[in-house]
Design a binder for this molecule. Structure first.
Ligand code: AMP
Length: 318
């Protein structure tokens, strides 16, 4: 019955997002350096829009990430001439969008980061949501939409990625309502978790490296992987950052970081995490930002590291 009520994408968009104009195509964007929530929310929209419309649906952004192996197959599509709606997910500010939104007639932003730039014509910003995927899942739920297991799996991956399997403090009753709704769409949690959390000898070698080489400065701990280390460990730069929580859950560390050399861009990517100390303001001083307890930043040179550590020390001592 729900299918009969929602028999076209515009009706669905109107029902869910209050978008009334008609569009020839919908382009779905997300942020650079995508994580599971960026892909989860992007593909969670894509599979539903693709299934429920014959409109041209296009995915923008670099699609070479290793993380895509956890998702079902998709086609990125090609932009055509026509009236275009852009939907940007999980991206707090315009500069971080992986793609050009100037081609869109209208932009819908859906995000869960701290509000710094409401660049959309319509902005759905829920700062306290665990993930952007949670917001989208709850919108589908509210619209009583039956979605495919492909879409449900993508959104579930987004939620577990950003909440670290329902562990982080942004996990709320809403997170579990969203998860319950997604399970009702026919996904099997064990099938999603097994490939996601399966570890191998490469992981073991990275853990070994981190435990042997991490540096502690007061109650801040970090590891640094230069390009050679990444090659020796046989991991990508993104994977290098993804081990940041190897240093989590140690009573002595209030803030922990991963620093990885980004050789192609001649800079150093920093992933900052903390238990109680908000790190996003410090991250914003180093071309970054994000959430209070999980932010990203970029150093142009390692000489900036002392300054970063000094600023972190200051907020740790407040
Ligand atoms: P990362 O350490 O790169 O996984 O980033 C942690 C969180 O901060 C993610 O939610 C990112 O989307 C967000 N983030 C990373 N870099 C930035 C930035 N430059 N501006 C705003 N948010 C960011």
């Amino acid at each position: 019955m729900v299918y009969r009520i929602i028999n076209g994408v515009m009706k669905m968009l109107e029902k869910i997002f209050n978008i009334k104009d008609d569009y020839d195509q919908i382009v779905i964007y997300r942020h650079i350096n995508p994580d599971l929530d960026a892909f989860g929310s992007q593909l969670g929209l894509y599979f539903v829009l693709k299934e429920k419309t014959d409109k041209n649906i296009v995915l923008l952004g670099d699609m070479t990430s290793d993380l895509l192996k956890y998702f079902d197959a998709f086609e990125v599509g090609r932009i055509k001439v026509g009236k275009t709606l852009g939907i940007v997910v999980d991206t707090s500010n315009k500069e971080r969008i992986d793609g050009d939104i100037s081609l869109c007639d209208k932009v819908l932003k859906i995000d869960h980061h701290l509000i710094v730039d409401s660049y959309g014509d319509i902005n759905i910003e829920v700062e306290n949501a665990s993930s952007c995927s949670e917001i989208i899942a709850l919108m589908y739920k509210q619209a009583q939409l039956k979605i495919s297991s492909l879409a449900a799996k993508a959104l579930y991956l987004g939620i577990v990625g950003d909440s670290n399997r329902f562990l982080y403090s942004a996990t709320s009753a809403n997170t579990f309502y969203a998860a319950a709704y997604l399970l009702e769409q026919g996904i099997t949690v064990s099938e999603i978790y097994e490939p996601l959390y399966m570890q191998n000898k490469t992981d073991l070698n990275v853990f070994k490296f981190i435990y042997n080489h991490y540096i502690q400065v007061d109650n801040i701990a970090y590891y640094y992987l230069n390009d050679k280390d990444l090659q020796n460990l046989n991991i990508t730069r993104e994977q290098g950052s993804s081990y940041v929580n190897t240093l989590a859950d140690f009573a002595e560390f209030e803030v922990w970081m991963a620093i990885t050399e980004f050789k192609e861009q001649n800079c150093y990517r920093v992933s900052l995490r903390s238990r109680h100390v908000p790190v996003n303001v410090v991250a914003s001083h180093f071309q970054g930002g994000g959430h209070a307890f999980a932010s990203g930043a970029t150093l142009n040179s390692l000489t900036e590291l002392d300054d970063l550590l000094a600023q972190l020390k200051e907020i740790c001592h407040v």
